[in-house]
Design a protein around this ligand. Structure first.
Ligand code: AHR
Length: 340
């Protein structure tokens, strides 16, 4: 049977386990013992293993969870930032199990290597909800459900957009040289986007994928890899960059090399995430299209937990609503209504 602890007790155990890092209202990181509500008010205790802080998406995603799983909303959140290392995530999950949390939320950096630890959570009777990225395990009953993006669909959307754009430009028969800046190898976001785009690539006889290289979803590596692409290939028509932060680095590399990109430039830029800074880059004419990856979905996870608390059945997969944005749209107006 699951145990529900009062927040103060969990804070004490989190402290013992050395799990106190960072700071945010209503989380185990920051909520001081004295500020805990008096008496025996119960909270649902959540252990959240976040990947890191490699991108604007990640920052917004962390904020979404910290803003949703608050003391005021009836939760006690133990938040662990794995700093882009799977070993840290495994350690965090084992600590959550030791602390007998009510639920574990896991955003897995890569898809493989989770069977043993998820089995341990299952043996302890703790439901695991996957958020954002997913896992490849021998038995899908090792986790309760996955809430995240349809990454393959995102990649496919990007490919279909390029078909239409080249057609509009009268370039549908021209040889089109493409380079791809991939995300963290073996992550669901990388696998899905690469394969979704490749499905369209395979149907286009004139598209030539020059090279795939990982920029690990970071701006610094995105810049480094783009510098290499620019030195290696004279004629690049399209850059597919699997997240906005790598795109920002790549744009810096393109501009520093005295080259141009965007709707009026030499290199067509396709990006993913659709954060505010990317909208601004589209408005400046540096990015052609951005396929959204929505990080604001913690409320959806809270609804799932609510159902589980009531003993209701939940679906296995919940996809977050997403669309794409390009420079033919009224981007300034769209930006007004966006929180990321
Ligand atoms: O898993 C989602 C991806 O991870 C986002 O595209 C990226 O920005 C992040 O780091």
């Amino acid at each position: 049977m699951r145990k529900r602890w009062i927040a103060a007790a969990v804070f004490f155990l989190a402290f013992l386990a050395g799990g106190c890092r960072g700071a945010a209202p209503g989380t185990a990181d920051s909520a001081p013992y004295e500020e805990e509500p008096e008496g025996s008010r119960e909270h649902i205790v959540i252990g959240f293993s976040q990947i890191g802080s490699e991108s604007d998406y990640r920052t917004a995603n962390t904020e979404s969870f910290k803003d949703t799983f608050t003391i005021e909303n009836g939760y006690y959140l133990l938040f662990e930032d794995a700093q882009q290392k799977q070993e840290n995530q495994l350690k965090a999950i084992r600590n959550f199990i030791l602390q007998e949390v009510d639920y574990i939320i896991l955003d897995p950096i890569v898809e493989t290597g989770w069977d043993a630890v998820l089995q341990e959570a299952r043996d302890a009777g703790i439901p695991v909800i996957l958020a954002d990225r997913s896992v490849e395990v021998s038995d899908t009953d090792l986790y309760t459900c996955w809430v995240g993006s349809d990454f393959e669909e995102e990649g496919h959307t990007a490919g279909e957009w390029l078909v239409g754009y080249l057609d509009e430009q009268g370039r549908s028969e021209e040889k089109i040289n493409i380079v791809t800046l991939q995300g963290t190898p073996e992550s669901t976001a990388q696998i899905g986007r690469t394969s979704g785009f490749a499905q369209v690539l395979d149907t286009q006889h004139n598209w030539n994928m020059l090279e795939y290289q990982s920029g690990d979803f970071t701006q610094a590596k995105g810049k480094e890899v783009m510098e290499y692409f620019l030195c290696t290939y004279e004629d690049i028509d399209v850059l597919v960059s699997e997240n906005d932060n790598m795109t920002f680095g790549a744009i810096d590399a393109i501009q520093e090399a005295g080259r141009t990109c965007g709707p009026d430039g030499e290199i067509i830029v396709i990006s993913f995430d659709g954060g505010r800074a990317a909208f601004e880059a589209m408005v400046r004419g540096e990015i052609n299209v951005d396929v959204e990856c929505n990080p604001i979905f913690a409320e959806q996870v809270a609804e799932i937990i609510d159902k589980l608390e009531k003993g209701e059945k939940v679906e296995k997969i919940y996809y977050v609503d997403e669309q794409y944005f390009d420079t033919s749209m009224d981007l300034e107006k769209i930006m007004e209504g966006r929180s990321f």
